[in-house]
Design a protein around this ligand. Sequence first.
Ligand SMILES: Cc1cc2nc3c(=O)[nH]c(=O)nc-3n(C[C@H](O)[C@H](O)[C@H](O)COP(=O)(O)OP(=O)(O)OC[C@H]3O[C@@H](n4cnc5c(N)ncnc54)[C@H](O)[C@@H]3O)c2cc1C
Length: 319
Amino acid sequence: MNSENKIYDVVIGGQGAAAFAAGMYAARYQMSAIVVGTTFGGETATGGLIENYPGYPDIDGFELMMKFKEHAEKYDVPVIDDKLVISNANGNSRKESDIFEIAGESDQIYRGRSVILAIGRERRSLWLDHEEDWTGRGVSYCSTCDAPMHKGNTVAVVGGGDSAVKGSVLISKYADKVYLIYRKSELTRPEAANLRQLDSATNVERIFNTNVVELLGDDQKGLTGIKLDNPYQTLESLDVDGLFIEIGADPRKELPMHLGAKVNELGEVIVDKYMNTNIPGLIAAGDLTDASGDLKQTITAAAQGSMAATTAYEHVSNL
Ligand SMILES: Cc1cc2nc3c(=O)[nH]c(=O)nc-3n(C[C@H](O)[C@H](O)[C@H](O)COP(=O)(O)OP(=O)(O)OC[C@H]3O[C@@H](n4cnc5c(N)ncnc54)[C@H](O)[C@@H]3O)c2cc1C
């Protein structure tokens, strides 16, 4: 299918819970829909064990997202691997009359009577020297992906939210020792169930009021240690085989802002209760938006995806 020539009822950006749910609902409204996203499954697919998605007391996030994708594909919604960008060789992302033209990194232009953006958030970086070079060589942003590589190792995790706590618990099953390093004096944000699991992980040492200020190692070996701004048991640096950076995420606001969407002080796309942005026909869902405050979860993203499709349907029906 040549998506350049076709005008879809809805172009859906993302390949996470919100995007697949939107695709599935759009198809059930008999809309022509296309799902265009980069990494399959989004944060849920790499989020490890999901224990709070109704109907599945414990399911691997990747498996849950496979079910989402298969459900959308059952209704013949095409799922394309591509990144939506501000511009490509064939033009800019824009709204022209009632039609949106959205550029893909592949140089495709995806055309739609409405657009649902469900492109989530970007993990934050510590912005330390060597952080980028040593990613994959000791430095990681995904405990689910890389924890199994640390059998018998000593590993540090930076952060104080749910991701850091869940990550520490998972890594503790492989590593001999895990340091959980947090800049504040206590863990107040994680879910109680995750904190209970952390309490049971006897090989996790918590280091509070401390920041990682330098990555130690060399270009041959990659990361071998970390320097702290506050000595831990007299040690100014710790020898570690791995460092997991789990310090939160920022909404991918550039494309929505380019299309005219307003964002709040956190960079979240502002939507009304129907997932409308301030631009008619430009709809947003999931972690990208301000819709569910701090409760950014698979279930809220999926629910918002379904609402976004309903809103797209109403928008297209009234054109
Ligand atoms: C470590 C961790 C553990 C978690 N554990 C749980 C849990 O146990 N239970 C729970 O309910 N929630 C959990 N969450 C939260 C949950 O994963 C998110 O709330 C959910 O994934 C949000 O879905 P989304 O579709 O809005 O965004 P995402 O899942 O982030 O999906 C965004 C999609 O957009 C794609 N994308 C990005 N940029 C572009 C672009 N320019 N063009 C096209 N596509 C793009 C991405 O590749 C991705 O496919 C966890 C999150 C993390 C990080």
